[in-house]
Design a protein around this ligand. Structure first.
Ligand code: GUN
Length: 294
């Protein structure tokens, strides 16, 4: 058995970050602009702290300005809306990311809607979601954008493919389905309540797994030769009392059936921050009316 091409998300993310850094340098040279990304962290969730620290480091490494705003978990919704309003007004801030999840006393939707859509580098604002759905220029959510880039790394033209997205979240499932539609795929969105999930998945030339269920998708759900993009990051018990990360796809079985597959870790994960940097660059250029080729 020859086995699938393993899609190296880490290497593709490195190349994207290099392209972004080169474009940032050009923007500085030719237009005197340094893109700035503000990340807001409410509370002290350790996983979120790690993400925020990594985002700051990568932002600076790409030549952009990084602003970290950390406030306690007890911050009121109105105080957070004030912070977002201030970042909307700041000329040196091109991108605003409010780290999710937020504490339960804060209405996530209200905070997302308070972000200036032109600075919404997460692409979560309903204006950007609507623009994506209607084929207008939009800031596009980072993980879905990374999924499309990884699929295109093995098949540059996705037109006409039968694409199945398993998962319907606003952050991944729905936007990745919109992006696949824009690539001229025939798109099915399935989810945990779909009947006959294995049969639906088996139709896919391109399968995107984003349900958050460890190894739900088995080898025999996969059409031979399909491209499999695994968005899942699930921590499960491993050997010797340790934990290990697995995706939503049973990788060891799937790799013998698929044509190409992303590993977990090292697949979609590294693309998310790289796409965030790309979105910050795009937002900085768009806000200043500068044309970009990225
Ligand atoms: N928390 C985990 N992933 C993300 C993300 O992509 N954006 C935001 N804002 N919060 C997150």
């Amino acid at each position: 058995m020859s086995g699938a091409t393993i899609i190296d998300g880490k290497a593709i993310a490195v190349r994207l970050r290099e392209d972004v850094a080169a474009a940032v340098a050009r923007l500085g040279r030719e237009h005197g602009v340094t893109p700035g990304l503000a990340v807001v962290l409410v509370g002290e969730d350790p996983a979120s702290e790690v993400y925020v620290r990594n985002k700051g480091r990568e932002t600076r490494a790409a030549g952009m300005a990084s602003f970290e705003i950390k406030v306690p978990a007890t911050t009121s919704e109105s105080a957070l809306l004030e912070i977002v309003g201030e970042l909307n007004r700041r000329a040196d801030v091109d991108g605003i990311l409010v780290q999710l999840p937020l504490p339960p006393h804060i209405d996530q939707g209200r905070v997302i809607e308070a972000i200036d859509p032109a600075k919404d580098v997460d692409g979560f604002h309903p204006i950007n979601a609507g623009r994506l759905a209607t084929g207008q220029p939009a800031l596009v959510p980072c993980t879905p954008l990374g999924c499309i880039m990884l699929a295109k790394s093995v098949q540059p033209d996705l037109a006409g493919l039968e694409a199945v997205v398993v998962g319907r979240s606003n952050i991944v499932g729905k936007p990745v389905a919109q992006l696949l539609l824009a690539e001229n795929c025939t798109v099915t969105i399935a989810h945990s309540r779909s009947r006959s999930l294995p049969e639906i998945a088996a139709r896919a030339d391109l399968l995107v797994a984003a349900v958050g269920r460890p190894e739900l998708i088995r080898g025999d759900w996969i059409k031979p030769g399909a491209i499999v993009i695994d968005v899942g990051i699930n921590r499960v018990p491993g050997e010797g009392g340790k934990t290990r990360l697995v995706g939503d796809v049973h990788f060891e079985d799937a790799r013998h059936v698929a044509g190409a597959i992303t590993p977990v870790p090292g697949g979609v994960g590294p693309m998310t921050i790289a796409c965030l940097l790309r979105n910050t660059l795009v937002a900085a250029a768009a806000r200043r009316g500068v044309a970009l080729a990225v």
